[in-house]
Design a protein around this ligand. Structure first.
Ligand SMILES: [Zn+2]
Length: 423
């Protein structure tokens, strides 16, 4: 057990503050409880962390990530300078993911899980692609995340973009993973998934009581392709195949939707995940939550693993085109917990906590919490992280794995990957 002494605990839902000691029990979806100073003596065998002057609250979760992009940081320019979104995919991401081998996938997952943990997230929803190393890729990622101690909801990005053989491998990998693990059925996007593959993916979703995880109208070209090829819009197409008939379904981006598509999403139980920085970086437009209902959460789209940063971007860039306010920015940041809990996914129970070292020139109270969250908080405040009751980060140092060794090895694999990409 872990004992967090002298903590200022902030309830992530009510925002109530308590000055207390917290006893955390290890195990998936296990408990935490408040204990009085008098009870501390009884638990002196626990690992004790002095949280004097620090905040303890529920740890965070990433609503949409891409392990596959971990080794891209700092790589050279692509063969052709991309002029639009489709060229960004073709010359950067689809060039990179085709070169990934099993070792690279493993180290991409290890470094991503470490980055998530150190930025305060203990749960990651990932969307993975490695077209020439499909088989077993999800197991490799799951093992790496388990080693670091970050819970996960994975999927393989099924697509026809590299031919029907690789699409079939994606379906097979998904099914073999879903047989024994919690996960989703990943699809790249409407414009790379034909009717046959879409039908099979939704059948898998239904057979395994899962959900679809797909990019939706990230760029206007996805709508253009759908209208031209199927004479309908993207959300209508996905809905007609039944992809939205699950509360586990996650629709990524949702930038270029008309009112009737928004209505379909709002009336469904599906979730939307916003990735503001990625949209800005790809110059595909601005997300707005207007008309989409309340099932909105935030992701990083593989750009980084820092959810406080994602919340800030959603809020600040959202001033341009969104109806996002102080409170709704925080709700979107925290909605991942509602998504996970309402769907009975394991690994995001109350024994997932983060310790924050926050010094402010102004008082922090329940009433002004959102202002501090958006203008004061950052991931450098994260000192300790408890995942499923296990201390995975202590005093900013990983406890479960040797971070230095992993980064050294991932650096070598990154060089190998970049060279392969030039070939
Ligand atoms: Zn994505």
């Amino acid at each position: 057990m872990i004992l967090l002494k002298n903590a200022t605990f902030i309830d992530w839902q009510s925002l109530d503050f308590s000055n207390t000691n917290i006893l955390v029990e290890e195990g998936i979806d296990n408990k935490m409880s408040f204990i009085s100073n008098g009870e501390i003596e009884k638990h002196k065998d626990s690992e004790v962390i002095d949280c004097s002057g620090k905040i303890v609250t529920k740890s965070f979760g990433v609503g949409h990530h891409h392990v596959y992009s971990a080794l891209s940081r700092g790589m050279g320019a692509p063969k052709k300078n991309p002029e639009n979104f489709n060229e960004i995919l073709e010359y950067i991401w689809w060039t990179l993911d085709k070169c990934l081998d099993k070792d690279m996938i493993e180290y991409s997952a290890l470094t991503t899980a470490i980055a998530c943990a150190k930025a305060g997230s203990t749960f990651t929803i990932d969307h993975h692609a490695s077209p020439f190393a499909v088989e077993g890729s999800l197991k490799i990622i799951a093992k790496a995340f388990d080693k670091v101690g970050v819970s996960h909801l994975l999927c393989y990005e099924i697509s026809d973009r590299d031919g029907m053989d690789i699409a079939a491998k994606g379906l097979k990998e998904t099914e073999s993973y879903l047989k024994n693990n919690q996960g989703l059925v990943g699809l790249h996007a409407s414009f790379t998934v034909g009717n046959n593959t879409l039908e099979k993916a939704v059948a898998l979703m239904n057979n395994y009581n899962s959900g679809i995880h797909v990019h939706v109208a990230e760029d206007l070209s996805d709508q253009g392709h759908c209208l031209k090829t199927y004479s309908k819009r993207v959300v209508n197409r996905l809905h007609e195949f039944g992809a939205l008939n699950s509360s586990k379904t996650i629709l990524g981006h949702c930038l270029h939707l008309d009112d009737s598509e928004k209505e379909i999403i709002k009336d469904s139980t599906a979730w939307v995940v916003q990735n503001m920085e990625s949209n800005l970086n790809n110059k595909v437009g601005y997300f707005s939550g207007k008309g989409l209902g309340d099932n909105l959460m935030l992701g990083t789209d593989g750009m980084h693993s820092d959810m406080i940063q994602s919340a800030k971007f959603a809020f600040f860039a959202g001033q341009h085109a969104d109806n996002i306010e102080y409170d709704s920015a925080y709700y979107r940041f925290r909605n991942v917990h509602h998504y996970l809990k309402s769907n009975n996914f394991k690994g995001d129970g109350e024994n997932n906590l983060v310790v924050l070292d926050y010094a402010s020139p102004t008082p922090l109270t329940k009433d002004n919490f959102y202002g501090h969250f958006l203008f004061g908080f950052n991931s450098a405040m994260v000192t300790d992280v408890i995942s499923d009751g296990k201390l995975i980060v202590k005093n900013r140092i990983m406890q479960t794995v040797n971070e230095d060794e992993i980064l050294k090895q991932s650096g070598e694999l990154a060089k190998k990957l970049w060279k392969k990409m030039q070939g």
